[in-house]
Design a protein around this ligand. Sequence first.
Ligand code: ADP
Length: 192
Amino acid sequence: MTNIILLGPPGAGKGTQASYLVETRNMTQLSTGDMLREAQANGSEMGKKVAEVIARGELVTDEIVIGLIREKIAEGAEGGFIFDGFPRTLGQADALAALLAETGLKLDAVVELQVNDEVLVKRIVNRAEEARAAGKPVRADDNEVSVRIRLTEYYKKTSPLIGYYYAKGELKSVDGLQSMEEVQAEIAEVLG
Ligand code: ADP
């Protein structure tokens, strides 16, 4: 069993790589973004509460996302967990460490996908345009204004985690500007 964190700014390709790991390694993807969007779609009280925050591109409270992750970890995962979009703050990182310790799980690696901002904004804006053209739903936060806020949130609150995991000897950085297949291969190498 392998447990990893996928770290990187919005649009870095975390979701794409997570899907590949789910298929090839029988791992379980825990995406807090997906969980929050599900809560909105179900019309739950929590979903309604966070909808505007998400649409603006800001982070929801640690308490909410830690609660979501706690429930999922309790369910267990045969092939291990891929934490995608969590942790996003140092508080969340500490909470995750405590949850893993409680459950007797070990973190095997923190894989950082390195990319540059202009590529990110283009990727996300293109993703929205493609969805619109195909008549598919477009995420409320996939517009240029919210993307810029998501990036600022990333640099302010999430990027400190790179130093945090580096200091713990757990960080593995991968060039996220390579092709999807090249990134897959590099992650496979990191995971052994
Ligand atoms: P992306 O990585 O493309 O920005 P996500 O689907 O991971 O998208 O997250 C979408 C939004 O959901 C975030 O901008 C934020 O509002 C909220 N969110 C997701 N995960 C977290 C988290 N761990 N902590 C706080 N907010 C989160």
